[in-house]
Write a protein that binds this ligand. Structure first.
Ligand SMILES: *Cc1c(COP(=O)(O)O)cnc(C)c1O
Length: 223
């Protein structure tokens, strides 16, 4: 019950053109089902095994978003069903996703992750690496991945003005990439940024997709 009311409150504070990905990592299937019954379809997980297990048990029209760091050897377990992969941080990973997409006779939607935070622990391309990757011949040959936009995570800090600066930077990179590599390509239209603590700032700075976990499902128990 609380999950649904948390979600509805969140939804009321988010513009209609911004998609809420309900991050259900470490939460049981029953909580996902509850929100599904209320009409929501987009859920995010950060571990392939967990996502595959939940996908088997839950209705087949759930749209599963892979939001975590990915190992190439796990791609095959999600390739048949994943809706959108948010965290692409290497050309090698993109090549593996392309190969698995071919095996499954489909195309897989992906977002390229950009490193915008000050923390070293966060993943993603630097701006230079991103430009080089997109310009490479190898990238152009990948016909079974569809690049739908960019994703980024801001520094974990209560300083929301710093967070705002990082989101502004990601939006600038998004606009530049769109202009240089995806002009006239209407599929490149998604900017995944914002979590429970900073989704409002992210939306003000141009996010089209927020990944919200604890503000919907409550705090995660890591013990
Ligand atoms: C866990 C996670 C989220 C959601 O975090 P909350 O603070 O619970 O909203 C969003 N994005 C990524 C990549 C995550 O790993």
């Amino acid at each position: 019950m609380e999950t649904v009311s948390n979600f509805q409150k969140l939804q009321a504070s988010v513009p209609e053109n911004v998609l809420i990905v309900a991050v259900s990592k470490m939460k049981p299937e029953s909580m996902i089902q509850e929100l599904y019954n209320a009409g929501h379809r987009d859920f995010g997980e950060n571990k392939v095994q967990d996502m595959a297990r939940k996908q088997e048990q839950l209705p087949k029209d759930v749209r599963w978003h892979m939001i975590g760091h990915l190992q190439t050897n796990k791609v095959k377990y999600m390739a048949p069903f994943v809706h959108l992969v948010h965290g692409i941080d290497s050309l090698k990973l993109l090549k593996v996703i392309n190969k698995e997409a071919i095996k499954n006779n489909r195309s897989i939607d992906c977002l390229l992750q950009v490193h915008i935070a000050k923390e070293q622990s966060k993943f993603g391309f630097t701006e230079t690496e991103l430009m080089e990757t997109l310009a490479s011949e190898t990238f152009k040959e990948l016909e079974h991945v569809s690049i739908r936009g960019l994703m980024g995570m801001a520094t974990y800090t209560p300083d929301l003005e710093r967070v705002r600066g990082e989101f502004k930077n990601l939006k600038r990179i998004f606009d530049k990439v769109k202009q240089e590599f995806f002009q006239g390509d209407s599929a490149f239209d998604q900017l995944s940024m914002g979590m429970s603590a900073d989704y409002q700032v992210a939306i003000e700075e141009g996010s089209t997709m927020v990944r919200v976990g604890s503000a919907i499902f409550g705090l995660r128990n890591y013990s």
